[in-house]
Design a binder for this molecule. Structure first.
Ligand SMILES: [Zn+2]
Length: 338
């Protein structure tokens, strides 16, 4: 059967026979996958699966490798238009570029930026992207519709920062009500999975950190924030609070197993312990560390402690295989690998 994009749509069941299939122990030939209801239902040799499903004609995929989709655990889909400015920018780039740039995005611009980033992600092997939330007021639903159109799964964060709230309790209530409404609106969406975010711990009050972390936990969703990304962020937190950013989360009661923490590049032994005890997950962003950081997360330590972590692009370049390469090289250079 000649393969065209149409060959792969409109079937409840497909028997795919790629030249190569990526398994846990590496790429293998003469294998096949039974796709049922858009999921990998069975994996086996082509001979076995063809015999077990005589009614299905194998779809040959010559010169193709079939593999599970990759997950980008931390990105910013509405930063596409600033990528050319980002390389070589030292820490705290958000102050100079991202906050001002994203604030100018209307719904159309957020949609276009997201579509560009989502297509690049698909090309780079990602089928799920975790967006830490756009600062574009008009952008959130534009991000949702662009990712849905592209066909990529998106964990989408709504930002709940309240440090600049001047309306007291009513301002807090407004943010929390909008957060709950956002979680409810996308509760049953198959491609857009709602999440709540606070940009960095100091962008919110302790009460908001706590309430948002609890809200996401109750909803079975993810609470996203950036912590301990680089020296300046840690120092500022120490000066303002006498605590490092991760310790601020812990003190506020916001460090639980719903948390997905971006970066964690600078962790003390105590913070490694807090992470392990909390059940929180970490997004390790090796290219972002190379571009703007002054340290590298000790991913081997996380693995040893059983802290779940995944790789993230942080909006740098959406190429999954190069990201893995960067992750390994960065660990070897800084912490060594067995
Ligand atoms: Zn980020």
């Amino acid at each position: 059967m000649t393969t065209t994009p149409d060959t792969l749509t409109g079937h409840e069941e497909l028997l795919l026979a790629p030249d190569w299939l990526m398994l846990h122990d590496g790429p293998r030939q003469d294998m096949a996958v039974l796709v049922r209801g858009a999921r990998f239902a069975e994996v086996g040799t082509l001979r076995d699966l063809a015999a077990a499903h005589p009614g299905l004609r194998p779809v040959a995929l010559p010169q193709r490798l079939l593999m599970p989709g990759l997950i980008d655990t931390h990105t910013h889909l509405t930063q596409s238009f600033g990528k050319a400015l980002a390389f070589g920018e030292p820490s705290e780039i958000f102050r100079r570029i991202w906050v001002p740039m994203e604030a100018t995005l209307d719904g159309d611009a957020a949609y276009l930026s997201t579509k560009l980033a989502a297509l690049e992600s698909l090309r780079g092997g990602f089928t799920t992207v975790v967006d830490a939330g756009t600062r574009s007021e008009a952008g959130l639903h534009a991000v949702a519709s662009a990712t849905r159109e592209v066909g990529i799964r998106c964990v989408l964060g709504q930002i709940c920062n309240d440090a600049a709230n001047a309306d007291g309790e009513s301002g807090v209530r407004r943010i929390l009500d909008a957060a709950a409404a956002f979680l409810a609106q996308y509760e049953h969406d198959t491609l857009v999975h709602p999440s709540l975010a606070i940009s960095i711990p100091e962008a919110a009050t302790d009460r908001m950190l706590h309430d948002v972390a609890m809200l996401t936990r109750e909803a079975g969703r993810r609470f996203q924030t950036h912590v301990n990304e680089h020296l300046v962020a840690v120092e500022r937190s120490l000066v303002a609070r006498g605590l490092r950013p991760l310790e601020v989360l812990h003190a506020a009661g916001a460090l639980n197993d719903s948390a997905l923490l971006a970066h964690c590049t600078l962790l003390t032994s105590r913070e490694f312990g807090l992470l392990r005890d909390s059940g929180a997950a970490v997004a390790y962003n090796p290219v972002a560390s190379a571009w703007k950081g002054n340290a590298v997360l000790d991913a081997g330590m996380l693995q040893m402690l059983g802290v779940p972590f995944g790789l993230g692009t942080d909006g740098t370049r959406a190429d999954g295989l190069r990201l893995m390469d960067a992750a390994e090289a960065t660990q070897r250079l800084t912490h060594g690998l067995a």
